[in-house]
Design a binder for this molecule. Structure first.
Ligand code: CP
Length: 340
């Protein structure tokens, strides 16, 4: 989290804009707090009073199902008020600028602004325009989608962590294949940074046209255009959607050929290591990057990623906003019982 999501006390934060400067310590903190909140979701009344009196606004200027609903549900489970901005019925359509829209929302006294936009860097701009608000990047162009990466790491740790093992111990040397449209993917950029921070070994697997023009500075173990070879020994296979809205169709000869060479087909899934996990951030385009039958296998953790995204986002909002409300820590919030 930019500006140090975790201060020396391990709680204070300003924004979450990129996973890059979270570091292993910050990731561990978010996953740990998320683990504390997982129990809340199993209650009849899955709420805690941690952010009572705080207001979280969602400003989504690009389509979303899971991230938006997840943040809004997370905020409500923490007893925050939620303001949901609808671009299609807003004054943006009357010519108001995004900057003035952000200033208007800030003037209403919101505490956090969760932002999604098709342009890379928008979350950083919003954070500069609204200095009094904690800004969370819910996806900006090709750049970053930090809470998706955190949800994926939580999901992997939940599946692979052995009793008594350090929180991040399961990631040491873990072979991870990130497969698909890396070029246009903010999830890939966030995942690579997050996996590298916790010691996993990421191989990017894609047609050369769907790799970034340069991989200089990417903390990866390797690159391959041969999916069958790359899947040998992989313990986690993270699939990426072809980003049609960003023009990916122009980078592959045809969807049929893409699926034949880079799709996780039933045959390829059958050759995976018995313990290998299949992840996909969604939305899934069944029959393209993954066969429909494979998406429904027990080893595919797509539903778990969504469930875990909720508790990870609770943790992020709590860490960003909970430190100056007089709230107890996450553990105490959970132990302290349900919201009234
Ligand atoms: N993974 C993800 O960001 O999904 P949405 O676009 O539905 O939010």
């Amino acid at each position: 989290m930019t500006s140090g999501v975790l201060d020396s006390a391990g709680l204070a934060a300003r924004h979450l804009l990129t996973v890059d400067d979270l570091g292993a310590e910050g990731i561990e903190r978010v996953l740990s707090v998320a683990g504390s909140f997982a129990e809340v979701g199993r209650r009849a009344n899955p709420k805690v009073p941690a952010l009572r009196g705080r207001t979280v606004a969602t400003l989504f200027l690009e389509d979303s199902t899971r991230t938006r609903l997840s943040f809004e549900t997370a905020a409500r489970r923490l007893s925050a008020d939620v303001v949901s901005f609808s671009a299609s019925s807003s004054s943006l359509n009357k010519g108001e600028s995004l900057r003035d829209t952000v200033a208007t929302i800030e003037a209403m006294g919101v505490d956090a602004l969760v932002v999604r936009h098709r342009a890379s860097g928008t979350a950083h701009r919003v954070a500069a325009w609204a200095p009094g608000v904690a800004v969370v990047n819910a996806g900006d162009g090709w750049h970053q989608h930090p809470t998706q990466a955190l949800a994926d790491l939580y999901t992997v740790a939940d599946a692979l962590r052995r009793p008594g093992e350090d929180a991040l111990g399961c990631f040491a040397g873990l072979p991870v294949a990130v497969v698909g449209d890396v070029r246009h993917s903010r999830v890939a950029r966030s995942l690579v940074a997050a996996y590298a921070a916790v010691g996993a070994r990421v191989t990017l697997v894609a047609p050369p046209t769907l790799l970034p023009p340069s991989l200089e500075g990417w903390p990866i173990a390797g690159v391959s255009s041969d999916l069958d070879e790359a899947l040998e020994g992989a313990r986690v296979v993270s699939l990426l959607r072809l980003q049609a809205e960003r023009g990916s169709g122009a980078y592959v000869p045809s969807l049929r050929e893409y699926t034949a060479r880079w799709g996780l087909t039933v045959e390829r899934a059958a050759r995976l290591d018995a313990t290998a996990l299949v992840l996909h951030p969604g939305p899934v385009v069944r029959g393209v990057e993954v066969a429909s039958e494979v998406a429904d296998l027990p080893r595919a953790r797509i539903g778990a990623q969504v469930r875990n995204g909720l508790v990870v986002r609770m943790a992020v909002l709590f860490l960003l906003l909970g430190h100056d409300t007089g709230s107890a820590g996450a553990g105490e919030q959970v132990a302290g019982g349900e919201d009234g």
